[in-house]
Design a protein around this ligand. Sequence first.
Ligand SMILES: [Zn+2]
Length: 81
Amino acid sequence: MANIINEFVKNFSNSDKTKQKYKATPYKESDSKKADKYIKHCKLCNKCWERDRRNPKRSLHIYENFPTYGKEKEVCPPCKN
Ligand SMILES: [Zn+2]
C-alpha cells in the first residue's frame, strides 16, 4: 500500500513539475531577461554578481549557484582587487 502511494506521489509531483515548467516559461523568460541586464557572470570565481541598483558604488550582491547561462561576462570587483 505504501508503495502505491509513493508511486502516486512521485507521478503526481513529476507531472506537476512539467506543468509548472510550461506555464512558467513565458513569465520566467521575460523576468530573467530583465535580471540579465544587471546580473553579470564572473569567469574567475564562476559566480554571478550584480551591483546594488540603489547604491551601485558601494553594494555588491554575489549569487552562488546562480544560472550563468546568457549572463554578461564581467569580472566581479572582489576578483579585480
Ligand atoms: Zn569573481
